[in-house]
Structures are given as structure tokens and as C-alpha cells.
Design a protein around this ligand. Structure first.
Ligand code: GLU
Length: 293
């Protein structure tokens, strides 16, 4: 299988300039290392009708090109079920009946990190299990054998983060992001994952899960986010932050692309020009404060 990089947006609405900047970076990382570049719609959750087409149009307007067809997670449930089945057979899963509220209110296990699942359903006896099954549908959790895991990131170096008994399949039957992302990256031959550094804390969970599934861990590069003037992650409420909003103010997609490239210390114009001089070691390591060109 050829090696590939990817961009994997959730089609929940329009991409904003922060998402577009990350997509450009993912494209530059992949193309500068001779990888193909794939696009995957993470539509298991939060998908909105029409959003995918707008996202693809906006990526194309930036000059981001992709290979092959766009893959959608909703077409891939059988792959996720197979992976969960393998973990189940290995005794690495359990059913969990806790509501979000119950998890919040449960005393946390000693030495476990903030927000970690406290393990309430980890060792239910058969009678309890039968009773709980009669009350509610179960989520499937991983029976994690470690409390933390270390990954290597091209930009961030070694990063160690918590691994808890995270959810693999939600009680409504929807596959959880952490499982789907690991299965998809492996199945699509993706060996380079470039994404926003808000996802760095999830990465040890994903790499640990890959190790349990005997899947090679990809190369990671978590890139700094675009933030608003208050330093908070950019969001739709921060004004004109999508190509459509900016076009309404007379700012072309070419001007937006050039502004994003400039924020990365890269030359304006078609992405191929930036590609010719792209050097990950010279990328800014700080969040970038958005201001319209
Ligand atoms: N779908 C996720 C998002 O849009 C990104 C997942 C990833 O790149 O691994 O935030």
C-alpha cells in the first residue's frame, strides 16, 4: 500500500480559516514527503446536509488537491465492527451502562487523571450485568491495560498522555471517533497524521489502541491552532471566518490563501510555490491570531 497523509474534517458546517490552514499544512506535509493525500469525511456524528460539498469546494479553492474518492465513515461501519470484534475476542472490551451524569458524579479512582472513566462497569458480576442489560443499551469500552502512553510528534517531540477505558462504541450504536480514526488511518494506508494540536491529548489513546490492534502507529504532526483575539480557538462566532463570509466582504479565496501561507512563513500564490520551500522545522510553534487580510 502506498503511504499517505490526509485531512479528515467533520462535515458539521463550513470550514473556517483555522481548518483551512490545517488542511494546507496536511497537504504540504504529505506532498513534500512524496505521499498521496486523502480526504475522509468524519460523518459518524454531527454531519449536516450539504456541508460536505461546501467543504470540498473551499478546500479546492485553497488549492488543496486529493487523490481518489472521498471516503465517508458512515460507509465503513463493518470495518469498525470487525475491529471491535477482534478486541472483544481478546477480552479487551466491556459493556458500560453509565450515563454521563453518573460518570461525572462517581468518585474518581485513585491516581486516575481528571475526567478518566472511573471503571464503574469494568468488573460487573453476571447478575449485575444481566440487570443493567435489561435497563439500558450498553456502550462498549476498551479495557485499557495502561494509564498513559507516549507518542512521538514531529513538531511537539515526545508526548505522554492519559489512556483510560475510553468508549469504542456509544450506547446509541455509533462508533466512537477514537476507534474509527485508528481503523480508517490503517485501512487507508495513512502513515502520516497532520491535524490541529487540540487533538494531541487524544493521540496517546489512539496510538495505544493501534498497538492493541497490531496496527503501525502513524507519524504525527500536531500543528498550532488559529485563535481569536482572546486567545481562544477560532469559532464561527468570531465573525467572518469562512470563505463565504470573507467573500461577502470582498476578500477573495486567493487573498485568504496568501494570508494563511504568510502566517506560516510561506510564499503567496499557488500551493506548489509553498511546497517548493516547505520545511516543517521552520514552522511557527505558537497559535496564530486570526485577522482578516
Ligand atoms: N474529524 C476531526 C475534526 O474535524 C479530525 C480528526 C483527525 O484529524 O484525526 O476535528
Amino acid at each position: 500500500m502506498t503511504s499517505a497523509g490526509r485531512f479528515a474534517p467533520s462535515p458539521s458546517g463550513e470550514l473556517h480559516v483555522g481548518n483551512l490552514r490545517t488542511a494546507i499544512l496536511a497537504w504540504l506535509f504529505a506532498r513534500s514527503t512524496g505521499r498521496s493525500f486523502l480526504l475522509r469525511m468524519e460523518d459518524l456524528d454531527r454531519a449536516r446536509a450539504g456541508a460536505e460539498a461546501v467543504q470540498l469546494r473551499d478546500l479546492a479553492a485553497m488549492g488543496v488537491t486529493w487523490d481518489g474518492d472521498v471516503v465517508r465513515q458512515t460507509d465503513r461501519e463493518s470495518l469498525y465492527a470487525q475491529a471491535i470484534g477482534r478486541l472483544e475476542e481478546a477480552g479487551l472490551t466491556y459493556e458500560c451502562f453509565c450515563t454521563r451524569r453518573e460518570i461525572q458524579e462517581a468518585p474518581s479512582a485513585p491516581h486516575s487523571p481528571q475526567g478518566a472513566y472511573p471503571g464503574t462497569c469494568r468488573d460487573l458480576d453476571p447478575a449485575e450485568l444481566e440487570y443493567k442489560r435489561s435497563m439500558r443499551p450498553a456502550a462498549i469500552r476498551l479495557r485499557a491495560g495502561v494509564a498513559d502512553y507516549t507518542v512521538r510528534d514531529v513538531l511537539r517531540g515526545e508526548y505522554t498522555g492519559a489512556v483510560d477505558d475510553f468508549v469504542l462504541r456509544r450506547s446509541d450504536g455509533v462508533t466512537a471517533y477514537n476507534l474509527a480514526v485508528v481503523v480508517d488511518d490503517a485501512e487507508q494506508g495513512i502513515d502520516q497524521v497532520v491535524r490541529g494540536d487540540d487533538l494531541l491529548p487524544s493521540t496517546p489513546r489512539q496510538a495505544y489502541l493501534a498497538s492493541l490492534l497490531s496496527i503501525p502507529v502513524p507519524e504525527y504532526a500536531h500543528v498550532p491552532l488559529v485563535v481569536n483575539h482572546d486567545g481562544a480557538r477560532l469559532a464561527k462566532r468570531d465573525g467572518a471566518v469562512t470563505l463565504a463570509d470573507l467573500a461577502a466582504e470582498g476578500i477573495t479565496s486567493g487573498a485568504v490563501r496568501d494570508c494563511l501561507l504568510d502566517s506560516l512563513g510561506l510564499p503567496p500564490g499557488p500551493l506548489e510555490r509553498a511546497l517548493a520551500v516547505f520545511d516543517p522545522s521552520r514552522l511557527p510553534r505558537e497559535p496564530w491570531v486570526w485577522s482578516a487580510p
